[in-house]
Design a protein around this ligand. Structure first.
Ligand code: CIZ
Length: 302
């Protein structure tokens, strides 16, 4: 089917079946363009919890669809490509986290939302890159376990001064954005400030002008007086930044910073998943109930 026809069919199926399409900021441009909402994990989680639709199509990686299902257990949550995984989330297993908790008894566990449902079930409170610092600061604890991103953990340590027992995970895409990429980008665009995502290496964050989550970058882009920005994150965000701020220019710090997992979803797969109402996400109730408590604490935290 032609792209135009696919888009029309998706619109028809959405109406007929009472479905909404949520897409993450790192999705391919054409998937973002057919979504009802494009956002970060926190925004999509909040929307999933409140959604009135019968079906939620979550165009993102697996843990995002799983999070939506945990928050909206009565909805049918489908993911266009169930093979779209998150290498960072896969670096922490529930069994390994239980072992770590046993090694450091009494410490609270703060988990980045980029984790499996099993890890969330062993977590006291989830966070995203948008609220990690504020959330850890709000806890009375001086020492916490932070899972799974070591770069975000080190940024939280720096900003809160707390003792952070960090998991040794990382996002391969952000990890590959190096100082030399920033220097090259800056040489090409000397007037442009650098905005870096906290999943980047500490030396990259130190050299950046601002450290921002994708949601924070979107907000900042709307109000900033600068006309061009170098963006150190997955390049999918540049589509949304440019579309919503046509008067500004956004350059990738590293043009190859592309998450192939995020790009496994396509317009055709969105169409097929809506048509067949699968693959549907299932999370066992015991895991979901415990994970929900940790995610709800994140959502309610303002
Ligand atoms: O929270 C998210 O959605 C991720 C993975 C990054 C960000 O900063 O939005």
């Amino acid at each position: 089917m032609e792209q135009d026809q696919l888009r029309k069919e998706i619109g028809r199926l959405k109406q007929e079946k009472g479905a909404v399409i949520f897409a993450h900021n790192y999705q391919p441009a054409e998937v973002q363009d057919i979504a009802d909402v494009v956002g970060d994990s926190l925004e999509l989680s909040r929307l999933a919890a409140e959604a009135e639709a019968r079906i939620i199509v979550l165009a993102g990686v697996y843990f995002m669809a799983e999070t939506a299902k945990i928050l909206a257990p009565d909805k049918k949550v489908i993911i266009p490509d169930p093979q779209a995984g998150c290498p960072l989330a896969d670096m922490a297993s529930r069994a390994d986290l239980i072992e770590m908790k046993n090694k450091f008894p009494g410490r609270k566990v703060v988990s980045y939302v980029n984790t499996t449902a099993g890890v969330k079930a062993e977590t006291d409170i989830c966070c995203t890159s948008a609220n990690a610092v504020k959330l850890v600061n709000s806890l009375p604890d001086e020492e916490i376990i932070f899972v799974p991103d070591r770069n975000l953990a080190s940024y939280v340590r720096l900003k809160t001064g707390k003792r952070i027992i960090a998991w040794n995970g990382y996002c391969p895409i952000h990890e590959e954005i190096r100082l030399e990429h920033l220097l090259t980008a800056r040489a090409s665009h000397p007037e442009a400030p650098i905005w870096a995502h906290p999943e980047c290496r500490p030396e990259v964050l130190e050299s950046a002008d601002r450290v921002l989550s994708t949601g924070q970058m979107m907000k900042e882009a709307r109000t900033t007086s600068v006309r061009e920005v170098i963006v150190a994150t997955e390049t999918g965000l540049l589509h949304r930044l440019s579309r919503e701020n046509p008067d500004k220019k956004f350059y990738p710090a590293r043009a190859e910073a592309i998450c192939q997992e995020m790009k496994k979803n396509s317009v055709e797969k969105v169409y097929l998943s809506l048509l067949e109402e699968k693959p549907e996400i299932e999370v066992d109730e015991e895991t979901a109930a415990r994970a929900r408590a940790a995610i709800n604490r994140m959502i309610q935290f303002v």
